[in-house]
Design a protein around this ligand. Structure first.
Ligand SMILES: NC(=O)c1ccc[n+]([C@@H]2O[C@H](COP(=O)([O-])OP(=O)(O)OC[C@H]3O[C@@H](n4cnc5c(N)ncnc54)[C@H](OP(=O)(O)O)[C@@H]3O)[C@@H](O)[C@H]2O)c1
Length: 341
């Protein structure tokens, strides 16, 4: 069924099926716990739109949530997060119905942004979490922007406060957040050094990095160069090493979670960060990206100005979304991985 016919049918309440396909998490441990199931469509509520998902990108978060672990379970209990069994937090698609109080969208609008449970044919999204999709941006491209684009923007522009002419090191430049961070730092006028693996050297160079260092061939920390800002997406090197490559007033923005030691490793690094910044007064920042539509608009404008380009490695149909999550979990994905429906 084409999108227009579907919008008309949903708006008139004449669609036969009230169910949809979704990638449901049943248990924890590996991508094997993800299964394509027939589940009820989300009900529309106040301030929400129902979106027919066309594309949704995979984030490290989906992998972490799938793999779980005791600490994640305790953290979600403390934060009282609702136990949502469907993975996916980014989407692009077509609005098929709007809930009470919705003023910004109507059925038929193509939108993109963030929502919960986006690895599904239909997604309920807050109207203040999505924006209109430009016609010249594909659904797949638009679906990559939400978490990775906003995280990179907030790291580079807000936390590092990068200024024209500054030297910026992006460590782990080839993944979802990294490829956005390189381009945003360039757009803000910085001189960018990208540190990445051999698979992503070409991509990061094509995105405008002034220098690219392959971490399997050279240790960036041995170079004499000092940086005004380090955007650490990879989090594979010690905080002390990252501190040593900064200028005296330089800032280290920690984006990524530690890659070794499981959740104990992640929390140990966060505690070390807090100790260094509070007790040793080092310019070290750790943040959790915020969902603001203003940032989506900013990123959309950068794309329209030709300063930002979403990069897609692989696209998987919804029926194979489990493999998409598995692939992102290998740490070998190049830029973004997208699921389509
Ligand atoms: N703070 C926040 O709010 C926030 C928001 C979103 C994501 N994150 C975190 O940011 C990280 C990246 O997320 P993502 O979605 O971009 O994931 P991704 O697309 O899977 O990227 C994985 C990253 O890990 C790097 N990496 C893996 N092995 C490495 C190694 N041996 N040395 C150096 N780099 C290595 C990759 O760099 P190369 O490809 O260049 O090798 C790439 O940057 C994750 O830890 C995620 O949890 C944090």
């Amino acid at each position: 069924m084409n999108a227009v016919a579907e919008v008309e049918q949903v708006a008139e309440g004449t669609t036969g099926s009230r169910t949809m396909k979704a990638l449901v998490q049943e248990g924890r441990g590996s991508a094997d716990v993800l299964h394509l199931r027939e589940v009820p469509r989300p009900a529309l509520t106040e301030g929400r739109v129902l979106v027919r998902m066309r594309a949704a990108s995979v984030n490290a978060l989906d992998w972490h949530t799938t793999h779980g672990g005791l600490i994640l379970e305790i953290a979600s209990k403390i934060m009282r997060s609702k136990d949502e069994p469907v993975r996916g937090v980014d989407l692009a698609g077509t609005v098929v119905a709007v809930g009470p109080g919705v003023t910004r969208f109507k059925p038929g609008d193509d939108v993109f942004g963030g929502a919960i449970a986006t690895f599904a044919e239909y997604v309920r999204a807050r109207e203040d979490r999505v924006i209109l999709k430009p016609h010249d941006l594909s659904f797949e491209q638009a679906a990559t922007i939400g978490v990775a684009g906003r995280t990179a923007l907030q790291a580079v522009r807000d936390h590092a406060q990068v200024k024209p002419g500054q030297r910026v090191l992006v460590h782990g430049a080839g993944g979802g957040v990294g490829t956005f961070a390189v381009q945003i730092a360039k757009a803000l006028g910085a001189q960018v050094t990208a540190v990445t693996g051999p698979r992503n050297v070409d991509i990061t160079r094509s995105l405008g990095a002034d220098e690219v260092i392959d971490y399997t061939r050279e240790d960036f920390a041995r170079r004499p160069q000092r940086y005004d800002a380090v955007i650490d997406v990879a989090a594979t090197r010690s905080l002390g090493t990252m501190q040593r490559v900064l200028t005296p007033n330089g800032v280290n923005v920690q984006v990524g979670a530690a890659k070794s030691g499981g959740f104990i490793g992640i929390f140990a690094r966060i505690i070390a960060l807090m100790v260094r910044s509070r007790l040793l007064n080092q310019r070290l920042k750790f943040f959790v990206a915020q969902s603001t539509v203003d940032d989506l608009v900013y990123l959309k404008d950068l794309i329209a100005a030709g300063k930002l380009r979403p990069v897609i490695d692989r696209t998987y149909p919804l029926a194979e979304a489990r493999e998409a999550v598995r692939y992102v979990g290998t740490g070998q994905a190049r830029a973004k991985v997208v699921v389509t429906a």
